[in-house]
Design a binder for this molecule. Structure first.
Ligand SMILES: [Zn+2]
Length: 373
């Protein structure tokens, strides 16, 4: 019920937005994952000139003083990059750092939840300045687990990775009830976009469909509220993810995904180097990226995402829009449970819930969270 309401709210919000700018509303009909379509570059395509005039100075300020200065869209592994390289798809591996059991239905619901969140952002890009996709096909292509028995009723077509490495939780904040596991599961480096995006001609074993772009990282014992996001994925507590299946608190995941696009937090004060634009956020809805100020992707957030696309889309050699269309042929293969023995690709991370924004390592864009996010 909550989820339906939320979807309705999103549709209403989008409808209001399109009314204001007097163009045809975007196609908001439900689509199946196979319905990846490429937008016609119609004459009524939205451009930056359609941005409400009172949004401009705040968007400029955020771009110059936060995003550009912090370089949060510099690495060519933002979600913009992932989607275009994936020809309208995003693939996840779930990093289930938990002994809690997950039913088959819950696993399917996680895929729907991730799709809703990615497409909650993509709905703003559809029909805007050569963005090629009306809908993103989001898939969970594997589960990395510390205990295979946590996956109930495992199906033949589910891919499971059981290799783990030692995890030192001493710097993590705990929820005070559960012990944070001392093992961290991981998927093979050779199918990780994070590990290979900079290699121009890298071929994923098994093809593009077999790669994964991000982790949905669930950690037992993590605080109930709070998380981290970057181009490696989104990390929340296992129970936070499970509770989101009915739509509750899904904006927290959308916030973390916002970081994957290169959006910044706004923990600081007005006009400050880590703060929000002078005069605040226009539009009267604040921003999902300002923790606690909004519980949805606001109109301003949507326009900020569009603005970011405008800024980066023409970077030399960055987006291969001529080949953005998904291939016509598709392959269906059945994969059995596998165990891999590769060297862990992502360095051990220590995540605290603090006010600071840090880089976990020189390759990752990671934003530590506090408060309600
Ligand atoms: Zn954040």
């Amino acid at each position: 019920m909550f989820k339906i309401k939320k979807r309705m709210a999103a549709i209403l919000s989008a409808a209001v937005m399109t009314t204001q700018i007097a163009v045809a509303p975007p196609d908001l009909t439900m689509k199946t994952p196979s319905d990846i379509s490429v937008s016609a570059y119609a004459a009524d395509t939205l451009t930056i000139s359609d941005m409400p005039s009172d949004f401009a100075s705040a968007a400029d300020w955020i771009w110059t003083n936060r995003i550009e200065r912090e370089g949060s869209t510099t690495r060519r592994n933002t979600i913009f990059d992932m989607i275009v390289a994936g020809k309208g798809t995003i693939n996840y591996v779930v990093k289930w750092q938990s002994y809690r059991t997950v039913t088959y239905e819950q696993r399917q619901n996680f895929e729907t939840m991730l799709s809703d969140c990615i497409n909650g952002w993509n709905d703003w890009l559809a029909g805007y300045e050569n963005w090629p996709y009306d809908h993103i096909d989001v898939k969970i292509v594997g589960w990395a687990v510390i205990d295979e028995s946590s996956l109930l009723d495992l199906h033949d077509d589910e891919v499971v990775y059981t290799d783990t490495k030692y995890y030192d939780a001493q710097y993590d904040t705990s929820n005070g009830r559960d012990v944070i596991p001392d093992k961290e599961p991981f998927a093979p480096s050779e199918i990780s976009r994070f590990d290979h995006f900079a290699e121009k001609n890298y071929q994923y074993p098994g093809g593009l469909d077999k790669r994964f772009d991000m982790y949905m990282w669930a950690t037992q014992g993590f605080p109930d509220i709070g998380g981290c996001g970057g181009d490696w994925g989104q990390r929340l507590s296992d129970t936070a993810y499970l509770n989101m299946i009915d739509g509750s608190g899904i904006h927290v995941l959308e916030h973390e995904i916002g970081h994957g696009f290169g959006m910044t937090d706004f923990y600081g004060g007005e006009g400050e180097s880590d703060g929000f634009p002078p005069g605040g956020f226009p539009g009267g809805e604040n921003s999902l990226m300002m923790a606690g100020s909004a519980a949805k992707i606001t109109n301003f957030d949507g326009w900020m995402l569009r603005y970011m696309w405008t800024k980066i889309k023409n970077e030399d050699g960055r987006f291969d829009l001529a080949n953005a269309q998904p291939p016509v042929t598709t392959t269906t293969t059945t994969t059995t449970t596998t165990t891999v023995t590769t060297t862990p690709a992502i360095k051990p991370e220590r995540i605290e819930f603090t006010d600071t924004i840090v880089n976990i390592d020189e390759y990752s864009i990671t934003f530590k969270e506090n408060g309600t996010f």
